[in-house]
Write a protein that binds this ligand. Structure first.
Ligand SMILES: O=P(O)(O)OC[C@H]1O[C@H](O[C@H]2O[C@H](CO)[C@@H](O)[C@H](O)[C@H]2O)[C@H](O)[C@@H](O)[C@@H]1O
Length: 480
């Protein structure tokens, strides 16, 4: 590290910063040398004063990672301006407090030696309260401190650009930088396809339980949420996977809606971010007032678990109000997901995003038992209850008789912030792992990554091929 200008490389944007600091700039840094990235690496927090970010040019993402002389540095800024980052004074004493990984992989029930595990930093849980970083930016040629602390920043940062980069509009250097940033990030979150041998060696003699998110994981992100169809090849891949592994879809959509999209019967469905689960009849004898025994569309006995059932009238009321208060904003779509409501702003002019937020958060002031979380260009209004996709995974594992067992490997595949709850549960329990679907670097509690739904499909097919071949080998050994 040197004083003065330093070359930097934009890592793409991530969703939110966990950093809280009012005076000066606080950065998290992490070495990204290929050698180090393979082992659980302590993150260091580095308070920098005077601020290290001091002048501006061409970074348009509000939050992200920079590669500075081999160190990954997270930055945050309001998005409407562009930034140049120069390193002025790092004051790196190397004695700053060390943030260690809360779930050391060396203790993992996965049996994965720590030096083989892909490093994943301890991501902070996402919060809807926005960002907390003071950062200097240039306004009209003047350097000003800006407190970035709003839901608008979270709305802007909520989703990577979906459209393919237009190679005519963008320089080769920028394309190279984008790719280099992704490749560097993948050292920490390796491709689940490239790491397939490692994954199957972990899965040997274990029951894999599959948990799959829907939008952005099994279906590509599209402008109209009603058109987020699953391809027939993906349906076939999920169906085959469900023949070999207990499989559940866990979606933010209503359970009925996601079932309409997936149209497969041999799996379990959890809608409304896990607040509406139709699962197997539970072996547990404990009485739960939210759990009722019923039959599914095929007449099979199932358990229906709806921990937010008392919120139904409130959710319907807020849904009607949200339609009313946003109907003059072109492009807003309000979706009733039964126990939660989505307010989509993907098709709203960016200039109006602020207004969408003002109205949604304004209305929510009258509903203290509801809160808002951020998804991909969507505000999700949900009951304030201690339930999420992570709890849904735990609930389903227990229902299937697969919890607290060393011979079970749960794998959760998802692309969005609400999936982080599930990644975190698996990460902290050390019994399985998450796979983040993303084609841009993001902070995550997942262990592996896949670029897009087509890679998810390939991964599912590979799991089935592997399972079939191990079964054949076992049969061959048995008949010898
Ligand atoms: O948990 P998920 O299954 O991923 O559901 C999360 C939200 O997914 C849907 O919205 C997202 O996908 C849409 C279709 O591609 C896209 O138009 C939208 O911008 C995305 O946010 C769904 O419509 C929401 O209700 C879910 O909350």
């Amino acid at each position: 590290m040197t004083n003065g200008q330093t070359n930097c490389l934009l890592f793409g944007h991530e969703s939110e910063s966990s950093l809280k600091k009012n005076d000066g700039v606080l950065v998290k840094r992490r070495a990204v040398s290929p050698l180090l990235a393979r082992s659980p690496l302590p993150e260091k927090e580095l308070p920098v004063s005077p601020p290290m970010i001091c002048s501006v040019s061409s970074i348009s993402a509000p939050i992200g990672w920079l590669l500075l002389d081999g160190l990954a540095v997270r930055f945050s800024a309001t998005s409407k301006l562009t930034f140049v980052i120069k390193l002025m004074d790092l004051k790196s004493s190397h004695s700053s407090p060390v943030l260690t990984d809360p779930a050391p992989l060396s203790k993992s029930r996965l049996g994965l030696p720590s030096n083989m595990a892909p490093y994943s930093p301890a991501a902070s849980p996402y919060s809807s309260s926005g960002l907390y970083l003071t950062i200097p930016r240039i306004i009209n040629g003047k350097l000003e401190d800006v407190r970035v602390n709003s839901w608008l920043d979270a709305m802007i940062a909520s989703s990577p650009p979906r459209k393919k980069l237009n190679k005519d509009m963008i320089s080769v250097t920028q394309l190279d930088d984008h790719d280099a940033a992704y490749q560097t990030w993948m050292m920490s979150y390796p491709s689940a396809l490239n790491s397939f041998h490692l994954i199957t060696s972990l899965a040997k003699c274990k029951t894999i339980a599959l948990f799959l998110d829907y939008d952005g994981t099994l279906s590509p992100i599209v402008d109209n949420p009603d058109h987020a169809f699953m391809s027939s090849s993906m349906r076939a891949a999920v169906n085959e996977a469900a023949n070999y592994f207990p499989t559940a879809i866990i979606s933010g959509r209503s359970r009925n809606k996601v079932h309409e999209f997936v149209r497969l019967s041999d799996l379990y469905y959890a809608g409304s971010h896990g607040m509406d689960i139709m699962g197997p009849v539970r072996v547990s004898k404990s009485v739960d007032k939210y759990c009722i025994q019923t039959t599914d569309s095929q007449g099979k006995e199932v358990h229906l678990f709806q921990p937010a059932s008392e919120f139904l009238p409130m959710i319907n009321e807020v849904y009607e109000s949200l339609i009313e208060i946003t109907n003059d904003i072109i492009g807003v779509k309000v979706e009733n997901n039964k126990f939660c409501v989505s307010v989509h702003y993907r098709n709203v002019d960016k200039k109006m995003w602020d207004e969408v937020g003002v109205r949604v958060f304004g209305l929510l002031k009258c509903f203290s038992r509801l809160h808002v979380t951020h998804g991909r260009k969507v505000l999700e209004v949900r009951p304030v209850i201690d339930w999420n996709k992570g709890k849904a995974v735990e609930f389903l594992l227990e229902s299937l008789g697969l919890s607290q067992r060393d011979d079970v490997l749960p794998i959760y595949v998802g692309d969005d912030r609400t999936d982080e709850d599930a990644f975190k549960v698996l990460r902290e329990s050390n019994c399985g792992f998450g796979i983040l679907v993303s084609n841009v670097p993001k902070e995550t509690n997942a262990l592996y990554s896949l670029r897009d739904p087509s890679e998810v499909q390939e991964f599912l097919k590979s799991l089935v091929r592997w399972k079939k071949s191990t079964e054949l080998q076992t049969e061959a050994i048995a008949t010898k």
